[in-house]
Design a protein around this ligand. Sequence first.
Ligand code: ADP
Length: 192
Amino acid sequence: MTSVILLGPPGAGKGTQAARIAERLGIPAISTGEIFRTNMAEGTEIGLQAKAYMDRGEFVPDSVTNAMVQARLSAPDAAGGFLLDGYPRNVEQARVLASMCEDLGQSIDLVLEIEVDEDEVVARMLKRAEEQHRADDTEPVMRHRLEVYHQQTEPVAAFYADHDLLEVVDGTGSIDEVTARIFAVLDRLEGR
Ligand code: ADP
């Protein structure tokens, strides 16, 4: 298994689990949200384009995001596979990703959806807001991000279910418990 997509609402703990899965599989973890935040901090053109959308909890336009992902997936360290966290976030991005993979001679092998209910996710984001002071972690912006998730990203799970790639994992409990559930899925798929 080489390339994996991680899906789940904001606050589901994707970033934490992404690092662990990537380490186990020996592939880079690629987070579009992280790349945007780095670009914002460095004041690059992409950062300037993304900032207004991110601050409102809106998606950065697909043209910007897709081009950025295309460049990242073409880097040498992604040649043997990659883990995507935060992309694709709508069905159009999923379609674009499929054609990028085709061009790169890669394929998506697994889509893991981390499931956490809405109240739990809001509680976690409020806690993160206190700790990290992220500009998009205020309650109204969080609620909006969740709404956008339901509208735009949930259909991505259905898209991959249609392709028989989707595995859903319960995201409640401790970080280690969630990792254990994910690793059990990987064990099963690797035939261990
Ligand atoms: P979270 O998982 O908490 O939603 P992320 O770090 O994944 O946080 O994303 C933060 C913000 O970055 C999003 O609300 C959005 O504005 C922007 N972003 C990240 N990935 C994408 C994407 N694939 N398409 C459009 N916008 C994105």
